[in-house]
Design a protein around this ligand. Structure first.
Ligand code: COA
Length: 358
């Protein structure tokens, strides 16, 4: 299959432009990411989660009053979602956190971007506690979203360093061009459907291991490797078994994912138990993948650093993908508004090949 430039897409729409967006720009050749007009390095260093929401939803860095308005709206979303927990039935009994988020989000009615964003944090924390046999922790309407997600998860007051690191993570993943979950949201929005439906579709897309499902397995991989001296043999064994190395490779980046360095910097203020091993595994994996696929640049994506950071802020690995959804929900909602404004149905074509074609 070919795209408009005659480039093979193998059904993956590689390089096909499906929308114009003012929200973020991914430069895969140079390893650069711009969110809302700011380099991700700069944004993640300074911006709060609420700043990123304001930037993507209202297209400007907020004043103090605007930041507070966004914070309060998301906090109201947390409070409303917490009050609805009892009516979710068995939605939070799901085996996986993303299934719980999808089911929880599907229960929302005519929710705004801030309400959905607030609710996703509540569902993730409540699902995690329910699995541990613990009662959900009520939101604090005066807290920032990052601080409250940590508190609602652990039940304890988080440290300022953990809040800051999680905030940097959430800002960093808040938007990323036409990634698969964002595309899913835009396709749903393009039919004239509602925001909740678009977000439910996006959660389904984010769940997959080729997209947002990778950071939990990354930590499993580090555990299985155990020590740096075992990395080479373990990684070669994975490739020999026909499996992919989690946390490596990207559809767009041909160099190291710029978000990896941003997250490594963000984690430097914390005790990150897996950091040294992750660095050793990354360099072993990069070398082995160079041998394995000499024609394809396969460098670290965001997920290795994500796993290290989320582990260091005290989140269980089962919450890694749901945490990604907490951040990316901001971008999904912004893209839905952008898509609605176009008024154009996304409806690509297909080439009929019949039953007997291979
Ligand atoms: N480990 C081993 N081989 C890999 C690889 C990895 N992590 N990533 C890509 N490859 C190989 C593919 O198997 C393919 O080989 P083939 O041509 O023999 O089939 C080749 O490199 C090209 O990969 P392709 O499938 O075109 O890349 P993609 O753009 O479709 O995939 C990812 C991008 C992210 C899905 C892919 O790199 C991957 O699966 N990574 C691991 C999962 C992960 O970390 N996901 C999080 C993404 S942020």
């Amino acid at each position: 299959m070919k795209n408009g430039n005659g480039k093979a897409t193998a059904g993956g729409l590689d390089g096909v432009v499906v929308a114009e967006t003012a929200l973020s720009e991914v430069d895969g050749e140079r390893g650069r990411l711009v969110i809302g007009g700011y380099d991700v390095e700069e944004l993640a260093k300074e911006a709060t989660f609420e700043d990123a929401c304001a930037l993507l939803w209202h297209h400007a860095r907020p004043s103090a009053a605007e930041r507070e308005a966004v914070r309060a709206a998301i906090a109201r979303g947390r409070v409303a979602a917490f009050e609805r927990l009892g009516s979710l039935g068995d939605a939070l009994d799901a085996e996986g956190g993303m299934d719980a988020l999808r089911a929880g989000a599907a229960h929302l009615r005519e929710a705004s971007a801030a309400e959905i964003t607030g609710a996703i944090g509540v569902f993730a924390a409540a699902w995690h506690r329910r699995r541990a046999g613990l009662a959900p922790v009520a939101p604090d309407a005066d807290a920032s979203h990052a601080a409250d997600v940590l508190r609602m998860t652990s039940g304890a007051a988080p440290t300022p360093a953990a809040i800051r690191a999680l905030e940097a993570y959430l800002v960093t993943v808040s938007d990323h061009g036409m990634n698969a979950s964002t595309f899913a949201a835009r396709v749903v929005a393009s039919t004239g459907s509602d925001l909740v439906s678009a977000v439910v579709a996006a959660i389904g897309a984010l769940k997959g291991p080729l997209h947002g499902g990778a950071p939990g397995p990354v930590l499993d991989m580090l555990d299985a490797i155990g020590t740096a001296d075992r990395a080479d043999a373990w990684l070669r064994g994975e490739l020999a078994a026909g499996r992919r190395i989690m946390g490596m490779g990207h559809r767009v980046y041909r160099v190291r994912d710029p978000r990896a360095a941003v997250l490594e910097r963000a984690v430097s203020a914390l005790d990150a138990p897996h950091l040294a091993l992750a660095r050793a595994v990354e360099s072993a994996a990069a070398a082995i993948l160079r041998e394995h696929k000499p024609d394809r640049a396969l460098a670290a994506n965001v997920e290795l650093a994500t796993a290290i950071l989320l582990d260091a802020v005290g989140l269980h690995r089962d919450l890694f993908s749901p945490s990604f959804a907490v951040g990316r929900a901001v971008g999904w909602c912004a893209h839905v508004s952008e898509q609605w404004r176009t008024g154009r149905l996304i409806r690509p074509g297909s080439r009929y090949v019949g039953w007997n074609a291979s």
